[in-house]
Design a protein around this ligand. Sequence first.
Ligand code: 13P
Ligand code: SF4
Length: 308
Amino acid sequence: MEASELKEKIEQLKRERNAVILAHNYQAGEVQDIADYLGDSLGLSIKASRVDKEVIVFCGVYFMAETAAILAPDKTVLIPDEKARCPMADMIRKSQLEKWKNKNPGSKTVCYVNSTADVKAGCDICCTSSNAIQVVNSLEDREVLFVPDRNLASYVAGKSSKEIIPWNGYCYVHDEIGLEDILEKKRLYPNSEVWVHPECRPEVARLADKVFSTGSMVEEAHRTAKKDILIGTETGIIYRLKKENPEKNFHSLREQAVCRDMKKITLNKVYLALKNMEKKVTVPDEIKEKAGRAIKRMIDISIHNQDG
Ligand code: 13P
Ligand code: SF4
């Protein structure tokens, strides 16, 4: 089927099913174009908790759809490809977390939202890349076990007086962006500014002008007076940045920074998800309740700080 025909069919099915499409900023352009809401992990979580439709089609990786299912327990959450997972989220298992906690009984546990629901259920509070510093600083305890991203942990440690003990997980897409990528692109665009995601390695984050979640990159792109911006994150976001700011130039720091799992979602799979009402994302009740507590604590802090 042609893309235009697929889009029409998706629109029609959306009305019939009373559905909304939520998509992450890393999705392919054709998927971004059919989304009702496009955002970063925090924005998508907040949106999922407030949706008034019966069905949520989640275009992103599994932990994001799982978070939506936890925050919208009376909705049907569909993921167009259930094999779209975040490899970093799978770098810590519940049993490993429990062992680690037992060895460090005096610490609080903070889990990056890029984690499985049962790992979230074992943590005190969740965070995303846009609120990790706020979340860690909100804790009264000094010692914090941070899972699973070592690079985000290092970034937060540099901005907080807490003692952050990191799990050794990482995102292969961001971890492969190197100093040489910045130096090479800076030679090509000497007046540019460098924005990177906090999942990048510490030396890369230190050399960057700004360290942003994908949502903050989108906001700053509207505000900045800079003409050339070098982007150190998954390349899918460039489509949105260019579309919303045609007068500015956004260049990827590393063109190979592609998340294979994010790209498993296609227009055709979105159509099939709505047509067949598949694949439904479910979370066992006990995990849903405990993980929900950790996620809601984070959302309360984020919303409170936005309001304030
Ligand atoms: P954001 O929350 O900044 O969109 O990041 C999600 C993610 O998976 C980064 O790799
Ligand atoms: Fe996971 Fe990295 Fe893909 Fe984000 S870009 S979903 S952290 S693998």
